[in-house]
Design a protein around this ligand. Structure first.
Ligand code: MTE
Length: 300
């Protein structure tokens, strides 16, 4: 992955908008980085101003490092992220432990500015770098009987202070239906603002599914398994009444304990009005067809 200009920018001494334009200019000249997806697929986030580096990297959910929003930035630095490999197995033609360098050398890294909506009703706009999950799955060769994709997060009890507490059944696991996983909006993120992904955001490789609640976007992925049956998912196992398998952003289906109709935009200031939450987080045109005919209240 070309990150030769990684250190050229200080995120703090430029306005977000100015920084973004500068980065775009740099991106165009950076070998190995493609802008192909940017114009066509920025979707509803196009025109939105990304949150700052600090807003994205100091307020996080990564329960392996603690449940406070500040814990991941404080503790995730201890996580060893190199060397890293991803086991791709199950219903694939070429099951293997794929070294991260090998994966990256075969993938096209793009920038994607996506809205990100947490189930806790906060949101932000994130300029990710990453590649389409579909390309990775095709590299491994998806077999005909595969219907779902299961994901697993790295687990190291010495480096993750949060896993001493049984908040969730570790390791963190997630899943998608195969058509959701193959959708061009679904990416594996490797960076943020053109820099390597910070550990607290799920280094070195995390899923990003922009039309689903943030907990589907599993961090620090070490295993991807193609399956015939719907795989178990961490939050659903912990509380099936509150968290379903689909977890599509939907302002009309409330969480049992709070409304999902509006959201608090991180960085908007304490006097800012809450913003209306959009169906499929603003990506209804792109992904609505995936759920045609489905009762989204039942399959929440
Ligand atoms: N992945 C793992 N392994 N552990 C977690 O606790 N939290 C999820 C998701 N992925 C989580 C995870 C939740 S609830 C959210 S909102 C997002 O990560 C937060 O991603 P961010 O910190 O990059 O914004």
């Amino acid at each position: 992955m070309a990150h030769r200009w990684k250190n050229d920018l200080s995120e703090r001494d430029v306005t977000p908008e100015g920084a973004w334009l500068t980065r775009r200019g740099l991106m165009a000249g950076a070998g190995g980085l493609a802008l192909a997806g940017l114009a066509g697929r920025a979707g509803a986030a196009e025109g939105l101003e990304p949150n700052t580096w600090e807003e994205i990297t100091t307020y996080n959910n990564f329960y392996e490092f603690g449940t406070d929003k500040a814990d991941p930035a404080q503790h995730a630095g201890a996580m060893t992220v190199s060397p890293w490999s991803v086991r791709i197995d199950g219903l694939v033609d070429r099951p293997a432990d794929y070294a991260l360098e090998d994966i990256l050398s075969r993938m096209t890294i793009e920038e994607r500015i996506y809205r990100f909506r947490c189930v806790e009703a906060w949101s932000r706009v994130v300029p990710w770098n990453g590649f389409e999950l579909a390309d990775l799955l095709q590299m491994a060769g998806v077999q005909n009987d595969a219907r779902y994709v299961a994901f697993e997060t790295h687990l190291n009890r010495d480096e993750m202070p949060g896993v001493r507490f049984p908040v969730l059944d570790w390791p963190y696991v997630e899943g998608l239906r195969l058509d959701e996983a193959m959708h061009p909006l679904t990416i594996m993120a490797t960076g943020l603002y053109g820099r390597d992904l910070p550990n607290q955001n799920g280094a070195p490789l995390r899923l990003v599914v922009p039309w689903k609640y943030g907990f589907k976007s599993i961090k620090s992925v070490v295993r991807i398994t193609l399956t015939a049956e719907e795989p178990p998912t961490s939050w659903n196992k912990a509380n099936p009444r509150e968290y379903g398998f689909y977890s599509n952003v939907n302002p009309e289906v409330d969480h049992p304990r709070w409304s999902q109709a509006t959201e608090r935009r991180i960085g908007a200031g304490i006097f800012a009005r809450r913003e209306p939450t959009l169906m499929f987080n603003g990506y209804a045109d792109e992904v609505g067809d995936l759920y045609a005919g489905m009762d989204l209240t039942r399959f929440f």
